[in-house]
Design a protein around this ligand. Structure first.
Ligand code: KIV
Length: 271
């Protein structure tokens, strides 16, 4: 069976229409088949195969170590599970910043090998040629401004970005540039709420916020954070929708205990 399924309910056109109608867009990360299936069935509009896989799946401190091959592996698993959502894949650090040919090669591999629908790249003016080249190949591109985790060592901290006038102005200019180039949307991460509101009002493409206040056109969270699996990451913007760490720990402890006490498996669980 082909990995390229013909019918996908959510499209870039629909996402832009949702913004125009004032309907908020729900986006969540996923990295594997089983989770993506549940998320898709719950009605999520966009699934992001985020390079946050480097943190939550591989245990790295930053997103820098994850490779293009790793991202394609995760994306392929997610795409197999999805029937409705629009699947966006992060282009990992070091596979698009060099030049536009490298960016195109990386994005073509993502699209061809995973069957995903779009890519996401971090940055504005600095990556203009790469964004242009990838878009000209017919690949939908999502931008990512504000806190850009792939540049963590440039800034040295994960604190709120664009609080100063100069950085805020550059962000608005970059948002306008990405829109003019033809991006279908962008993520704005960890910036003041009033700046995100200004950005959302100034462009026609959907702005998806994470730590960017209520006036973005949609919201995204990292799956493991919103499910309460992650223990040591509790920024103000994170709403935790479950305490899976507690639930899973109890399940694992009960399993160990049942085996040790010889109560599992019982007669009805045996052949
Ligand atoms: O990699 C990721 O999960 C992301 C989100 C934080 C937007 O880029």
């Amino acid at each position: 069976m082909s990995i390229h399924k013909p019918i996908k309910v959510v499209t870039t056109h629909q996402l832009k229409e949702m913004k125009a109608k004032g309907e908020k867009i729900a986006m969540l990360t996923a990295y594997d088949y089983s989770m993506a299936k549940i998320i898709d069935q719950a009605g999520i509009d966009i699934i992001l195969v985020g390079d946050s896989a480097s943190n939550v799946m591989a245990g790295n401190e930053t997103t820098l170590p994850i490779t293009l091959d790793h991202m394609i592996w995760h994306a392929t698993s997610v795409v197999k599970a999805v029937k409705r959502a629009f699947v966006v894949v992060d282009v990992p650090f070091g596979s698009y910043q060099g030049n536009s040919s490298e960016a195109l090669r990386s994005c073509v591999r993502i699209m061809k090998e995973s069957g995903a629908h779009a890519v996401k790249m971090e940055g504005g003016l600095e990556i203009k040629e790469s964004v242009q080249r990838v878009l000209s190949a017919g690949i939908p591109v999502m931008g990512h401004l504000g806190l850009t985790p792939q540049s963590i060592y440039k800034y040295g901290t994960y604190s709120t970005r664009a609080k100063e006038e100069e950085e805020a102005q550059k962000l608005l200019e970059d948002a306008a540039l990405l829109t003019a180039l033809g991006c279908f949307g962008m993520v704005l991460e960890k910036i003041p709420a009033d700046l995100a509101k200004k950005a959302a009002e100034s462009v026609k493409i959907p702005i998806i916020g994470i730590g960017a206040g209520p006036d973005a056109d949609g919201q995204v969270l990292v799956l493991h954070d919103m499910l309460g699996i992650t223990q040591d990451f509790k920024p103000r913007f994170l709403r935790q929708y479950a305490d899976l760490n507690k639930i899973m720990t109890e399940a694992f402890e009960n399993y160990v205990s049942d085996i040790k006490s010889k109560s599992f498996p019982n007669e009805s669980e045996s052949y």
